[in-house]
Write a protein that binds this ligand. Structure first.
Ligand code: GDP
Ligand code: MG
Length: 166
């Protein structure tokens, strides 16, 4: 099994941290260099039976200009071409306008979107069900997976869910 997975989410939600955990420090740091190419490859996750190519999609999280509009369209095209989209949110920061903008964009995409509730180590466990309900009401996500990218909690579960879409 193999496939492409795009990662979206506003700055600081933990995209790089997740990639560091999944793929290893070196590659994620390399891919943080500014690039002008369409898609940055975050890294490639390889196992005996599977390979996942993680793509960054710059331009999806804000629109500031005509160039921004163009970038957005490029990003949307990418999202329609991958097997699954990981939409990361920061549950410690709470839901914000930046997240709402991304969800609006994702409504135009037919690819399955997996909501990743990151920084779960920062909230009380009993707060999580209500948060999941709140996100479910906003969009029809293919799956919702709470994780801590920093501590690595539940990241194996996320990879398992991803494999179902390859
Ligand atoms: P990006 O901009 O989406 O790539 O976000 P980064 O991966 O650079 O993370 C932004 C900040 O959030 C960093 O200080 C990370 O250490 C922190 N962070 C990322 N994931 C977690 C997490 O699961 N828990 C906590 N407590 N902090 C996290
Ligand atoms: Mg980053």
């Amino acid at each position: 099994k193999s496939g492409f997975v795009a990662i979206v989410g506003r700055p600081n939600v933990g995209k790089s941290t997740l990639m560091n955990h999944v793929i290893g420090q070196k590659i994620a740091i390399m891919s943080d260099k500014p690039q002008t190419t369409r898609n940055k490859i975050h890294g490639v996750y390889t196992q005996e039976s599977s390979q996942i190519v993680f793509l960054d999609t710059p331009g999806i999280h804000k629109r500031t200009s005509k160039l921004g509009d163009y970038m957005n369209q490029v990003a949307l095209n990418t999202l329609n071409e991958v097997e699954a989209v990981l939409f990361l949110v920061d549950v410690a920061a709470g839901f914000g306008g930046g997240d709402r903008f991304v969800i609006e964009q994702l409504k135009q995409v037919k690819t399955p979107v997996i909501l990743v509730m990151n920084k779960i180590d920062q909230v009380r466990p009993d707060e999580v069900p209500a948060m999941i309900q709140q996100y479910n009401a906003m969009h029809e996500f293919a799956a919702i997976v709470p994780i801590s990218a920093l501590q690595g909690n539940n990241v194996d579960r996320l990879l398992q869910v991803l494999h179902g879409y390859l």
